[in-house]
Design a protein around this ligand. Structure first.
Ligand code: BG6
Ligand code: MG
Length: 220
């Protein structure tokens, strides 16, 4: 079926906040739990919800904490994350994204956001591109994080498209898996080695034309 909608992940695709999530979790692990988390381990947290990320970190360090501490730690991590996000503006939009949104609008392709983050709307507003989106599915609208397909299936529904008519832009393994489970093709932002299930991959979207993508995914 022809592609009628693009659904973008936020963190690591639209803005470089994936690194802020990592810094905030690393600070949490260092200061509150007494161990470190590697960049490699952090890859397994991408696309995963705040609560589930904390659970995975606790499991890594073999730590048990109370339910109240879990709430406090997750809140603390988010406060540290927000401190990092606070200084962001339009200059933090990743290469080629604004142009891709504008090209999509011009071509009549619908634009959705598919993010597990509860901070997604605030960040889109902060960097000034929220007006491009026809549907925003974020952490406040879903009950299961990626790799569950819920976030993308809700996106397709809100955009009024069949899943097979949606193309997902993702930087995370869990996100590509979620899109595949939703029956959608994917543009991986990163390398083919890191995102083997993506239909095609680009290092970033600088200078990429919509037609380039659409031609390639037909072959993919
Ligand atoms: C995803 C990120 O987009 O959102 C994860 O890739 C993050 O790293 C998740 O844990 C939830 O985000 P937030 O902003 O609600 O804590
Ligand atoms: Mg991401």
């Amino acid at each position: 079926m022809p592609i009628k909608a693009f659904i973008f992940d936020l963190d690591g695709v639209i803005v470089d906040t994936a690194v802020f999530h990592y810094q905030a979790w690393k600070r949490m692990a260092n200061q509150k739990l007494g161990f470190d988390i590697s960049e490699e381990f952090n890859e397994t947290l991408k696309g995963v919800s705040r609560v589930e990320s904390l659970e995975r970190i606790l499991q890594l360090g073999n730590k048990t904490i109370t339910d109240q501490e879990k709430i406090d730690f997750a809140t603390q991590k988010n406060d540290w994350y927000l401190e990092l996000v606070n200084g962001m503006d339009a200059s933090d939009i990743l290469p080629g994204i604004t142009e891709m949104l504008q090209q999509s609008k011009n071509a009549g392709i619908k634009i959705g956001l598919g993010s597990v983050s509860k901070n997604a709307r605030m960040i889109l507003e902060k960097v000034g591109i929220i007006g491009y989106f026809d549907a925003i599915i974020d952490g406040t609208k879903i009950s299961r994080g990626k790799p569950d397909p819920e976030v993308f299936l809700k996106g397709a529904l809100e955009l009024g498209c069949d899943p097979s008519e949606c193309l997902v832009f993702e930087d995370a393994l869990a996100g590509v898996e979620a899109a595949v489970s939703a029956g959608m093709k994917t543009v991986g932002i990163g390398t083919k080695e890191a995102l083997p299930l993506a239909t095609i991959t680009y290092k970033n979207l600088a200078g990429v034309a919509i037609n380039d993508i659409l031609e390639h995914i037909d072959e993919g």
